[in-house]
Design a protein around this ligand. Structure first.
Ligand SMILES: NC(=O)c1ccc[n+]([C@@H]2O[C@H](COP(=O)([O-])OP(=O)(O)OC[C@H]3O[C@@H](n4cnc5c(N)ncnc54)[C@H](OP(=O)(O)O)[C@@H]3O)[C@@H](O)[C@H]2O)c1
Length: 423
């Protein structure tokens, strides 16, 4: 991770934080969250392609009791209006984007943030798009000390921050570097139309082959011999002794593992003693104990593989689009309230020291948790820049762990999540 040779612009900007995509399903929840949780005095605005719709969102949040939203500004900027996006980026210290599909609507906004040295977070899980951001912007953002941090939603904060916390805790307790972390997810939640639209856009774009590359997001350069094989995505369920349960492939694993591996590579390059070359990360979905769980793991794994194969076929994608929620829609409020997530982690050192960690919370992971993750990430950038890992001048296309680290962990714990090492 490079450090800036030029200090970041300190000229006051009109806003501390601008939320782009505020009219979307997650965007509307983020407006309500900021209205309730942002400190008094934070200057923030709602942004998107229609001022009228943004005003309607702001009015609805105010009417529902989020009176602090009344002071939030409105910024109109279409996703392809380079001039308007540059004006938006010039006017704020931090951009938080929930506008997707990111590969379709996100690139010009990130380019504007890099050009104007405006810090940026989002909730994308579109790793080929993130690869493009790294290639286009990492060097400039690193030079300028601008933090561009994609994947700050449920993909991939629990995995990335959790693995990093476990590795750090192993180092602090045993003075031994971590050689492996495994994560196991349990979750209860629904599907957003916007998430489906992003997945289908990725398949339509012809970039889905990149999803299978285990080191897709790593810095350029060779990976150690045999590493590709060891890092291959799990294809079959198994009984796992660390989690004492049947586990199987997790649908978001091919996203989260790439983000964690980028973190490890960036930390190793920066000389972090807790991370040794060859550090392995893999993740799973938990099905439980006993023969019934084994059957469920087998059936779900088959279903996942069949679904993924069917979606390679354009008519199957068109049918899915017709049956599933449309962009702008998502689970009901009651379903969001009923949801939950739990990411259990196990890390170990070469001498066999083992440490467990957990990141968990209530509410639908793709909505309630994602809103908390990304809003707290943006607030960390807006309010605690000097406490962030690497100091105020660190920049680049980063990850939640490398760009926000302990500050984000502390903010999530303060927001009511379970965050940290367990034993
Ligand atoms: N990381 C996670 O765990 C996680 C969880 C949930 C969602 N996501 C991702 O987050 C994104 C949003 O999800 P969502 O459910 O909120 O989707 P959504 O309801 O469809 O919202 C999409 C947002 O993008 C905006 N947008 C679309 N096209 C635009 C354009 N050309 N110019 C400007 N704005 C445009 C929409 O604005 P209009 O209202 O003007 O159309 C809306 O604000 C998706 O990519 C999804 O995959 C990630």
């Amino acid at each position: 991770m490079a450090r800036s040779r030029h200090s970041h612009p300190s000229t006051p900007r009109r806003y501390d934080l601008v939320l782009y995509g505020a009219t979307g399903f997650v965007g509307r929840q983020a407006v309500a969250y900021l209205a309730a949780q942002a400190p008094a005095g934070l200057r923030w605005a709602l942004a998107g392609r229609s001022a009228q719709r943004l005003q309607a969102v702001r009015d609805a949040v105010v009417a529902a009791g989020g009176t602090a939203a009344a002071a939030a500004g409105i910024v109109e900027a279409a996703a392809d209006d380079t001039r308007a996006l540059r004006a938006l980026a010039a006017d704020t210290g931090v951009v938080l984007s929930t506008a997707g599909p990111f590969a379709r609507v996100g690139s010009a906004l990130v380019a504007a943030c890099v050009a104007l040295r405006t810090h940026y977070v989002d909730i994308t899980g579109e790793t080929p798009w993130v690869r493009g951001l790294i290639d286009a912007h990492h060097a400039r953002a690193a030079h300028d000390g601008t933090r561009i941090i994609p994947c700050c939603g449920f993909d991939s904060v629990p995995s990335d921050l959790g693995a990093w916390l476990v590795a750090q805790a192993l180092w602090h307790r045993h003075r031994e570097p971590c050689i492996e972390v495994k994560a196991c997810h349990r979750l209860r939640g629904g599907l957003n139309g916007g998430t489906l639209a992003s997945a289908l856009h990725l398949l339509d774009s012809g970039q889905s082959a990149q999803l299978a590359q285990p080191f897709l997001l790593n810095p350029a350069g060779p990976v150690p011999a045999g590493a590709e094989l060891l890092a291959a995505d799990p294809a079959l369920p198994r009984r796992d002794d660390d989690f004492k349960a049947w586990v199987g492939p997790f649908v978001m694993g091919p996203v989260n593992t790439r983000v964690v591996r980028r973190s490890v590579a960036l930390l190793q390059a920066a000389g972090d003693a807790a991370c040794q070359p060859g550090w392995r990360y893999q993740e799973w979905l938990r099905y439980g104990r006993g023969p019934q769980a084994a059957l469920m793991a087998g059936a779900a794994t088959l279903g996942l593989a069949a679904g993924a194969a069917a979606l390679q076929w354009a008519p199957a994608r068109a049918l899915t689009q017709r049956l599933a929620p449309a962009p702008g829609e998502g689970p009901s409020q009651a379903a969001i309230n009923r949801g939950s997530f739990c990411c259990d982690l196990v890390g170990r050192t070469a001498s066999g020291q083992v440490l467990r960690g957990r990141i968990a919370g209530r509410g639908d992971p793709g909505n309630r948790a994602t809103t908390v993750f990304v809003c707290e990430s943006a607030l960390a950038l807006a309010l605690q820049r000097h406490e962030l890992p690497g100091g105020p001048d660190l920049g680049g296309v980063l990850t939640p762990a490398t760009g926000l680290g302990l500050v984000l962990a502390q903010r999530l714990a303060a927001a009511g999540m379970v965050v940290g090492a367990l034993d």
